[in-house]
Design a protein around this ligand. Structure first.
Ligand SMILES: Nc1ncnc2c1ncn2[C@@H]1O[C@H](COP(=O)(O)OP(=O)(O)OP(=O)(O)O)[C@@H](O)[C@H]1O
Ligand SMILES: O=c1[nH]c(=O)c2[nH+]cn([C@@H]3O[C@H](COP(=O)(O)O)[C@@H](O)[C@H]3O)c2[nH]1
Ligand SMILES: NC(=O)CC[C@H](N)C(=O)O
Ligand SMILES: [Mg+2]
Length: 520
């Protein structure tokens, strides 16, 4: 039997990685490949099964990506989802055309046959749909398993060839039986064992890192956050003392952060760490800049220059004078990549400093063992590696730090002010026991906005502070947290009393989408 990965073929879907992630959740190894990869190359990977993703195109239009029918004769189980399902049906000669009724969102679905792919499924169920094209008749050899008002064939299978397709999206949380369908496809239809979990990811990455690095020296950009701590622990497991972590104090950190990271990280991991004070350098380069993308690009470049400059000190501390540092480890996750426009056909929402903000002439080779994963998976790996809860459950803090939380130009005075307000908010949220309920709470200074206040019978004309507490699972979507009013009241009173220039505290009650978590 094949023992390669389950291949997820990306047709430009919003959530192709989400399919790969659901497969991992079913304890099966998966890899994402672009639809432009020739079928022979896909089959050369010895896939145990193939999932065809959704996508924006209409399969009958010129230029739409097609599937080579050869794929269906290879004896590999295939599941088509939405566009992937339509493309499969079209390639096998079915009638695929504009739907009589487009279906977007929750859709009543009738299951005609609870068998094979839909074994054990309730006869009526809600599914999440997003389609304007429909499969009108099933290809020869297939049986129809389900229909909806707009999709005469909403699910189909040919058990003898192990080919399956669904019009709906089983990968989204809003399809209640979605994960069950994916598990049935993998374990029952394709007969795959569940043998892939956090410890397999660790083993796999450790082997890959060892092979790539050899006896070279490696640095890791360490922020004290979850992602870089887990990446560092993983690389340390692979190459031990060849790794040195570099923590950059860019002047955009929160109150007390430098001391806390230095102490906690080394105490928890014993990994060698050097701290570089680069605040003057970063703040000089950011002088006069208010446009968020420019800030991000400057910060991304300065990080790399700082790592380059730190090289000599790193080699000295590592007892490796005369060698060079060839690799840079970063704790990049998939959301950083997709938001920076790095997904196949995905839009650039913001250039995360560690992906879209990197300079072109970077001379390090990157090691990013978490690049295809989501935060909750990374947390599971951190726990498996033995990192303490304080690190694994730390709230995210963006690499560009307070630099993207001052709306307007960054100055030392504004940073000091924001640092105080942020420290108060964090202290009160922790005191109220809300640390685990809240994913993170950006505190944002609207530096160029002024409003009138009255303090001590005097007129003031100060700037507002925004509180942005959110709940989330993976930062791809988020909701605003319903923090109790009395906690908000305490934070507001303390900030306006203790930070003289602030005369107003406001709450951001917007979900993501339409907003993002950070303001810039
Ligand atoms: N102050 C810093 N010094 C060195 N490297 C940094 C710093 N801030 C960020 N980085 C690098 O950039 C990467 C991306 O930052 P990001 O904030 O997404 O991750 P993180 O800080 O490790 O985790 P979290 O999302 O939990 O804050 C980090 O994993 C790390 O490699
Ligand atoms: O390391 C980072 N570099 C960045 O440039 C960056 N921008 C946003 N973030 C963090 O990513 C998550 C999603 O943020 P947004 O909803 O604001 O896009 C949230 O957790 C943000 O704090 C960043 N992290
Ligand atoms: N989400 C999808 O994969 C959509 C498929 C196709 N573009 C349709 O509208 O039916
Ligand atoms: Mg961070």
């Amino acid at each position: 039997m094949a023992n390669g990965p389950v291949l997820v073929v990306d047709f430009g879907a919003q959530y192709a990685q989400l399919i790969a992630r659901r497969v991992r959740e079913a304890n099966v190894y998966s890899e994402l490949v672009p639809h432009s990869m020739p079928v022979d190359e896909m089959l050369a990977k010895d896939p145990q099964a193939i999932i065809l993703s959704g996508g924006p195109a209409s399969v009958f239009e010129p230029g739409a990506p097609r599937v080579d029918p050869k794929l269906f004769d290879a004896g590999v189980p295939v599941l088509g989802i939405c566009y992937g399902f339509q493309a499969m049906a079209y390639a096998l000669g079915a009638d695929v055309d504009k739907a009589a009724l487009g279906e977007y969102g929750k859709t009543d679905t009738t299951i005609d046959k609870t068998d094979g792919l839909l074994a054990g499924s309730p006869a009526e169920q809600d599914t999440w749909m997003s389609h304007g094209v429909a499969v009108k008749t099933a290809p020869a050899g297939f049986e129809v398993l389900a229909h909806t008002e707009g999709a005469p064939v909403a699910a189909m299978q040919d058990e003898s060839r192990k080919l399956y397709g669904v019009q709906w999206h089983p990968e989204v949380k809003h399809t209640p039986f979605g994960q069950k369908l994916i598990e049935t496809f993998l374990h029952q239809c394709a007969g795959l064992p569940d043998n892939w979990d956090a410890s397999s990811i660790i083993e796999d990455q450790v082997a890959k890192i060892r092979e790539k690095v050899g006896d070279a020296e490696v640095i890791c950009g360490l922020s004290g956050g979850v992602d870089s701590a887990v990446a560092a622990a993983l690389v340390h497991k692979a190459i031990g003392d060849q790794l040195t972590c570099v923590f950059v104090d860019h002047g955009l950190l929160r109150k007390g952060e430098v001391e806390q990271v230095k102490h906690d990280f080394v105490a928890a991991t014993g990994i060698r760490l050097i701290t570089v004070d680069a605040a003057d350098d970063f703040l000089e380069a950011l002088k006069g800049v208010s446009e968020p993308e420019r800030k991000r690009k400057i910060i991304g470049e300065k990080f790399i220059r700082t790592f380059e400059k730190a090289q000599r000190q790193v080699l000295e501390e590592a007892g490796a004078r005369g060698k060079e540092v060839k690799f840079l480890v970063q704790g990049t996750l998939y959301p950083d990549v997709v938001e920076s426009g790095g997904g196949d056909g995905a839009a650039n929402i913001k250039s995360h400093h560690n992906v879209g903000g990197l300079p072109k002439d970077i001379k390090f080779q990157l090691i990013e063992p978490l690049r295809t994963l989501f935060k909750d998976e990374v947390r599971a790996i951190g726990t498996e590696l033995g990192l303490p809860d304080e690190i694994v459950w730390r709230q995210p803090f963006p690499g560009p730090g307070l630099g993207i939380r001052i709306i307007g130009e960054i100055t030392r005075e504004r940073l000091d002010l924001l640092r105080e307000a942020d420290a108060i908010a964090r202290e009160e949220l922790s005191r109220a026991g809300l640390d685990r309920d809240i994913w993170q709470c950006p505190v944002v200074l609207l530096a160029d906005v002024h409003s009138v206040g009255v303090q001590g019978d005097e007129r003031t004309y100060g700037s507002p502070i925004v509180l942005r507490p959110v709940s989330s699972e993976d930062a791809m979507t988020a909701d605003w947290s319903r923090v109790p009013y009395d906690v908000l009241a305490t934070i507001s009173t303390r900030i306006t009393n203790e930070c003289r220039q602030i005369n107003r505290v406001v709450l951001d009650c917007t979900s993501k989408p339409p907003a993002t978590i950070e303001w810039e």
